[in-house]
Design a protein around this ligand. Structure first.
Ligand code: HEC
Length: 107
């Protein structure tokens, strides 16, 4: 009986010690990179920021080379038709105008 009580006490203390020590040993801290991409101010920025950020970061826009309207139109249409972006025609027009004005070649 005495041995059982001693064994149980040892077991409980060991379990408690393990439970206490485990989280400390497995605790890591990581610092995530700042992912926020600030788009240039301009008409259509809001729609672009919301609708083009659903599937990927906005740096897909900011890191592209400057391209003409035809290219931005093709890209936005591809996002809608191929990727399934839920963007209506009115918003697509606003977004294309915004992209051409701020991330285009000006034509
Ligand atoms: C439904 C999800 C979705 C939405 C919403 C979306 N994209 Fe994409 N986009 C993708 C995927 C997936 C890729 C990666 C394609 C690849 O790697 O070939 C991509 C890639 C891109 C690229 C890289 C070039 C290319 O043609 O692949 C650009 C630029 C881009 N997206 C811009 C936009 C813009 C602008 C919008 C808003 C109009 C937008 N995306 C919204 C899914 C989306």
């Amino acid at each position: 009986m005495k041995t059982t009580i001693i064994l149980m006490t040892v077991f409980i203390l060991a379990a408690a010690g393990f439970a206490y020590a485990a989280p400390e040993e497995s605790l890591h801290t990581i610092v995530l990179p700042e992912l926020r991409v600030e788009l240039k101010a301009g008409g259509g920025k809001d729609r672009t920021e919301i609708l083009c950020n659903v599937c990927h970061s906005l740096d897909y826009i900011t890191t592209q080379p400057r391209v003409p309207r035809a290219q931005w139109t093709a890209t936005v249409n591809k996002m809608i038709k191929v990727m399934g972006a839920p963007i209506n025609e009115e918003d697509a027009k606003k977004i294309i105008d915004y992209l051409v004005a701020n991330y285009g070649t000006g034509n």
